[in-house]
Design a protein. Structure first.
Lengths: 115, 109
């Protein structure tokens, strides 16, 4: 397995446009997380899924943000009507939880720049 | 509340030891982590310690945990220029991981 992969690696968009990012977790991992990292800060939790169920959303996740994990495998994060403040690195992570637990493995992130 | 604090910068000479310190607030943490992030790269898990341990050693890395003071440290022995990066302290609380702002380590040759 090649680890957690995210696509695209970089995205530049105009303010007001919609963007969608994709995350492919490690194949047997049932948990998937989205984090946001702004310059000079550590990652901040946005949301997580257990299989296809979205179990928790941070207050950071405004109603312009929506995340899905329709089949319990890959996930998408969509930002509607982007604002300059949305510029950040969006990190995806996955882990296994249950009888055997693993730590979270992070992807390389999608860097979003809103101009 | 959930908060992780760490100093922003550390500069050491090549071959010296580096010690990066971190304090956290939530005593219910189960695991505490140290992640490394190099420019343009994702987060790499360096090491972790379970909350009922005091110390963990892994090659050049030593993690010390003082649960009473909620203080975590990472010591890197024989620091190399390749160790230059940002180091994040993090605690796991239930399903999520809370990160500090990161300590930027500069290694001078």
């Amino acid at each position: 397995d090649t680890g957690v992969s995210q696509d695209p690696r970089h995205k530049i968009t105009k303010r007001g446009q919609n963007v969608t990012f994709r995350c492919d977790p490690i194949s047997e991992h049932n948990r998937l997380y989205w984090y946001r990292q702004t310059l000079g800060q550590g990652p901040e939790f946005l949301t997580y899924f257990q299989n296809e169920a979205q179990l928790e959303k941070s207050r950071l996740l405004s109603d312009r943000f929506s995340a899905e994990r329709p089949k319990g495998s890959f996930s998408t994060l969509e930002i509607q009507r982007t604002e300059q403040g949305d510029s950040a690195m969006y990190l995806c992570a996955s882990s296994l939880a249950g009888q055997k637990n693993t730590e979270a493995f992070f992807g390389q992130g999608t860097r979003l720049t809103v101009v | 509340g959930e908060d992780v604090e760490q100093s922003l910068f550390l500069s050491v000479r090549e071959g010296d030891s580096s010690v990066i310190n971190c304090t956290y607030t939530d005593s219910s943490s189960t695991y505490l982590y140290w992640y490394k992030q190099e420019p343009g790269a994702g987060l790499q898990l360096l090491t972790y310690i379970f909350s009922n341990m005091d110390m963990k050693q892994d090659q050049r890395l030593t993690v010390l945990l003082n649960k009473k003071d909620k203080h975590l440290s990472l010591r890197i022995a024989d620091t190399q220029t390749g160790d230059s990066a940002i180091y994040f302290c993090a605690e796991s609380i239930s399903f999520k991981t809370i990160f500090g702002a990161g300590t930027r380590l500069f290694v001078k040759a």
